[in-house]
Design a binder for this molecule. Structure first.
Ligand code: C5P
Length: 249
């Protein structure tokens, strides 16, 4: 029987995005990081290039994995994919597109819950990609409201289907926390310290600010992965969080 994951009140908040084209780059970074201090996110590029073998390597190094494959298909297919992903080594969190609809979300949740012998992975929904604005949504026939309304609508769909949480921009975290209550996990990318370059992120937020807005987990890529000293960069993110919220962990 799978077990319910517990709330992340005293946990590692930072998820380092392994945005690399190959295994060597990803493992070189992980060899410099402490799995007691962060988790690892594997996305479409790295997974497509390296497959499940890489997950085993990452898991062997002690890291819990957010498998960021954003499944979106008919319910039966997504259920199969989520079931397969949930059984891979080290998968602690995975995600689906909320716009796949209520039946797809429920099927995904049932498949995540069916994992045997260990705590089931957390399943989080992606609402509106942060790369889309109101104009893009109108072009796609979703002109009835703003991107913000669409985020809320899809977030409620995820909550209704029993998902554990959402991937959202830190700018949406306070609204979603207010609307959905304390239980939904909020996972926010686009996190930067004062000294970090935003890169292609348009709206960024500091780590402590994002936690204050209601985020549970912060996805951080380049500011740690491309730092000269990734371990020190991770430490500064952690101390910004824990300096402002000493009771977090
Ligand atoms: O390097 P950076 O910190 O910008 O990386 C952010 C990570 O979060 C990347 O892996 C990116 O694909 C992911 N992400 C994002 N915005 C979203 C969803 C995921 O930046 N809305």
């Amino acid at each position: 029987m799978s077990r319910q994951p517990s709330r992340p009140r005293k946990e590692k908040r930072i998820i380092v995005a392994l945005d690399f084209a190959d295994e060597a780059g990803a493992l070189r970074l992980l060899d410099q990081l402490d799995p007691a201090k962060c988790r690892a996110k594997i996305g479409k590029e790295l997974f497509t290039a390296c497959g499940p073998r890489l997950l085993r390597r990452v898991h062997e190094r002690g890291f819990e994995i957010f498998l960021d494959l954003k499944f979106h298909d008919i319910p039966n297919t997504v259920a199969g994919a989520v079931g397969a992903a949930a059984g891979l080594p080290g998968v602690w969190m995975l995600n689906v597109h909320a716009s796949g609809g209520g039946a797809m979300l429920e099927a995904a949740m049932a498949a995540a819950g069916a994992v045997q012998g260990r705590s089931r992975p957390r399943l989080v929904g992606v609402t509106v990609l942060t790369s889309l604005n109101d104009g893009d949504l109108a072009q796609m026939g979703l002109a009835a409201g703003s991107a913000r309304d669409q985020v809320l609508r899809l977030a409620r769909l995820c909550a209704g289907a029993g998902l554990d949480g959402l991937v959202c921009s830190a700018a949406e975290a306070a609204l979603l926390r207010r609307e959905l209550g304390p239980e939904m996990l909020l996972v926010t990318p686009g996190i930067r310290r004062q000294e970090d370059s935003p890169g292609d992120q348009k709206r960024v937020m500091g780590p402590a600010e994002a936690i204050a807005a209601g985020a549970d987990y912060l996805v951080v890529g380049r500011p740690i992965a491309r730092a000269k000293d990734p371990a020190t960069a991770l430490e500064t993110f952690r101390s910004e969080i824990h300096g402002n919220f000493p009771n977090l962990s």
